[in-house]
Ligand binder design. Structure first.
Ligand SMILES: [Zn+2]
Length: 329
């Protein structure tokens, strides 16, 4: 029987914590250690020499041949052709996590559908900003900054969907409207801001854009670093929105692991310049530090609105290894 339910956030986080990329990948392919990384023949395209690279510290994989990339959940989704929720269920079985499902009311489901629209707007915005970074002549300084000063490569820019917002008033707003998003949705998502005359303008202009993801990997906000002469602070984050509470999200670059941010092994880069894009102008400190210590207990699980809902009772108790949380009932 299908029930409206979603996997509890604490369980989701436990699966993420336990599912080791190398162990999981080894179930599907032969992985070989190569220094700090592991290599394998890419499961997504035909090849004779391995260009599929797995980084155990970051918990991310990337293929230099076909540019497939992601984390352990993405890997299982792709290899087994599963939805996000199904991939979590499979990983929970592999790692002995007992999943619990929360029931949703009709009102909850409506709220989740609305959230899904705002997430979709972010996904579209991230793709647009990313294309702009790769192609726009106005983005040449941003490209140079990322590749030469921040230690990104073309592959990591791709993997993290780093982007650029044009120094124009309504580039993104116009793009999103063309994709069928209403002004209200763009404003609610925090991607546009109302002018005094009621018109809607882009919130981010002339900035390098770093998508911020929630626990499920959905893009819910941006961290933005100023490049040109636009007004405003050097680092600007999305304002809080129905899908983004600053204390509850993880930064894309830190999604899997902490110390190995792209560029963190570069020497001689001035510390200030390595300040994370998520530096929070109104709260002080780095949103990622707070995310690390306080997330993920209450992050909204956005998958329920967009992805197939899990069936009740499929969480399997196995191995006795599952934590019993104080709020279990
Ligand atoms: Zn490949």
């Amino acid at each position: 029987m299908r029930t409206a339910g979603r996997i509890r956030d604490a369980d989701l986080e436990e699966v993420r914590r336990r599912a080791n990329l190398i162990d999981v990948a080894s179930e599907y392919m032969q992985v070989k250690r190569a220094g700090r990384l592991y290599k394998a023949l890419c499961p997504f395209h035909a090849e004779k020499t391995p260009s599929f690279s797995l980084d155990p510290a970051k918990g991310l994989y990337f293929c230099f041949g076909c540019h497939e990339g992601g984390d352990v959940i993405k890997l299982v989704e792709k290899l087994d052709n599963l939805s996000f929720v199904e991939a979590i269920e499979r990983l929970a079985q592999m790692t002995g996590v007992d999943l619990h499902y929360e029931q949703l009311s009709d009102a909850d489901r409506a709220a989740h559908r609305r959230r899904a629209r705002l997430v979709d707007a972010h996904r579209e915005a991230a793709a647009y900003y990313h294309e702009t970074l790769k192609r726009a002549s106005e983005a040449s300084d941003a490209r140079a900054y990322l590749l030469q000063q921040r230690g990104f490569t073309k592959e990591t820019l791709e993997l993290f969907q780093v982007g650029f917002s044009l120094p124009k008033w309504d580039a993104l707003v116009t793009h999103l409207k063309g994709k069928g998003f209403s002004e209200q949705e763009i404003a609610d998502a925090g991607l546009g801001a109302r002018r005094q005359d009621g018109g809607l303008v882009d919130r981010f202009r002339g900035r390098v854009m770093f998508p911020i993801h929630d626990l499920t990997g959905d893009p819910v906000a941006f961290g933005a670093r100023k490049m040109g002469t636009e007004d405003g602070p050097k680092y600007l984050n999305s304002a809080e929105s129905p899908i983004y509470k600053k204390s509850q999200v993880l930064y894309a670059l830190n999604r899997a692991n902490r110390e190995n941010r792209p560029g963190s092994d570069r020497r001689g880069v001035h510390r200030r310049d390595r300040a994370p894009p998520g530096r929070d102008p109104d709260g002080g400190g780095d949103v990622r530090d707070r995310a690390r210590s306080r997330a993920p207990a209450r992050a909204p699980a956005l998958h329920a609105g967009r992805r197939p809902l899990p069936r009740c009772g499929r969480g399997r108790r196995s191995g006795g290894g599952a934590d019993v949380r104080p709020d279990d009932r």
